[in-house]
Design a protein around this ligand. Structure first.
Ligand code: ADP
Length: 422
């Protein structure tokens, strides 16, 4: 049986989050890291491709997404899911609009939905406005994000700036009436010439209704929340067996554990502060990296000496004022480039010295690290905190990886992840 769902995620932690949601609902899922080559794996229900396209130039993001789409179509998937962050991380230049437009065109379609909502993680949408833990997106800590600061909570307006297509809204009363009313509302917007419909969502039930209403569309665009309802919608169509399939995961190789954190999100700041009190920690400062290339070697030597005695933390996590000051001196891109390059080099060197468990905080950071580790495909294991599972790499060595999106996880996330390592 070929896969039902093919997903393209714009970052690595987001892809993990989506694959995790699908696995929890009994879909056999393989997470491919970067553009896959060769034939699709057999006996899977969902293929999730993790790209690192959130903050690269829009043209490049479009090209990579279309390549991923071509591979998924070759694999014969019934529905394509463009997965972005539940805080709609993007800029006016993209990349959510340009990528969605290109995917729609390639699929010969002219309509899709826009829905980053994930009530379980505090992301709801009302009158098109995205709320994060009860605050407007633009008043949440996302306003200080190093790469994609979000200053506007009105998703109709935000998406409208990223696409020449018209953007409409299905307000909550229509959504909460259920799938039939929602489908009718979508049809009305489509007839009115809208290319995208932003969907209000207050609760998981709304996502289930949405999934039922859109399961036949060639393309959906959403955060991972929509995956709450899609497997059930597919089962109702008999595209999946009626029962949930649980696969057992082969164990990872034994070896020391390393925590790398390049996320500056609020949740990560707390998690890093907590781990710094419990384990050896090394701070990577972008200013120091720009002055002295030896900092990377120092970090590697420092970690190599300590890893035999237990896990260590290497982090660049800093509060907004310090991030902004580094960005003013170095430029935003240069600061990110220096740090991601450093995390990649450190991960590569410590893999060579025997590390087999990597916990990485930050979507962009995880992308850089996993590319450096040359991992091509992952299977999903136990969930550490909502949206963040342990994963095990296919092939050799069998690395265990936990890729945590910035704002996910409880304050003791790192300790919990280390305790649960496969
Ligand atoms: P999140 O998942 O929290 O969004 P990401 O890794 O995706 O985390 O993004 C964080 C970005 O901030 C990365 O590009 C990283 O290089 C950059 N960054 C991390 N630490 C610093 C710092 N101390 N100064 C400036 N930029 C930083």
């Amino acid at each position: 049986m070929t896969a039902v769902l093919g997903a393209i995620a714009d970052d690595f932690t987001g892809a993990t989050d989506l694959a995790n949601a699908l696995v929890r609902q009994g879909m056999r899922t393989v997470l491919m890291l970067g553009q896959p080559t060769g034939p699709a794996p057999a006996d899977v229900d969902a293929l999730v491709i993790a790209l690192k396209t959130r903050t690269i130039p829009a043209d490049d993001a479009v090209k990579q997404s279309l390549d991923a789409l071509a591979w998924l179509r070759q694999a014969g998937v019934r529905q394509v899911y463009f997965k972005y962050c539940s805080t709609f991380d993007s800029t006016d230049a993209g990349n959510i609009g340009p990528v969605s437009d290109a995917l729609l065109e390639a699929l010969d379609s002219d309509f899709s939905v826009v829905c980053p909502a994930f009530p379980g993680a505090g992301r709801t949408i009302y009158l098109g406005h995205l709320f994060v833990n009860g605050r407007l997106l633009s008043e949440s800590s996302m306003r200080n994000h190093p790469l994609t600061p979000m200053h506007d909570a009105d998703l109709v307006r935000v998406m409208g700036r990223q696409t020449p297509g018209a953007v409409g809204l299905v307000p909550l009363p229509a959504v909460s009436q259920g799938a039939t009313a929602l489908r009718a509302a979508l049809e009305t917007l489509k007839k009115a010439g809208k290319r995208y419909a932003v969907i209000d969502v207050a609760a998981d039930q709304d996502l289930s209704s949405l999934a039922e209403a859109v399961a036949d569309l060639p393309l959906v665009t959403a955060g991972s929340g929509l995956a709450i309802g899609l497997p059930a919608a597919y089962r109702r169509r008999e595209w999946l067996p009626a029962y949930a399939v649980r696969e057992t995961l082969a164990p990872a190789d034994a070896g020391p554990a390393l925590v790398l954190s390049g996320s500056c999100s609020e949740a990560t700041q707390g998690q890093v502060a907590k781990m710094r009190g419990d384990a050896p920690a090394f701070e990577l400062d972008p200013m120091a990296l720009s002055r002295d290339a030896d900092v990377v070697t120092q970090a590697i030597v420092w970690a190599t000496q300590r890893l035999p005695r237990g896990p260590v933390l290497i982090y660049s996590t800093a509060e907004p004022a310090r991030v902004q000051s580094a960005q003013r001196w170095l430029g935003t891109e240069r600061a990110a480039e220096l740090l991601e390059g450093a995390f990649a080099a450190i991960a590569r060197a410590l893999l060579a010295s025997g590390v087999r468990r990597f916990i990485v905080a930050g979507g962009e950071t995880a992308g850089a690290v996993v590319q450096a580790l040359e991992v091509k495909a992952l299977r999903i294991g136990q969930e550490i905190d909502p949206g963040v599972p342990w994963t095990v790499a296919e092939g050799a060595p069998r690395l265990a990886l936990a890729l945590k999106s910035g704002n996910f996880g409880a304050p003791d996330f790192f300790a919990k992840a280390l305790r649960m390592a496969p």
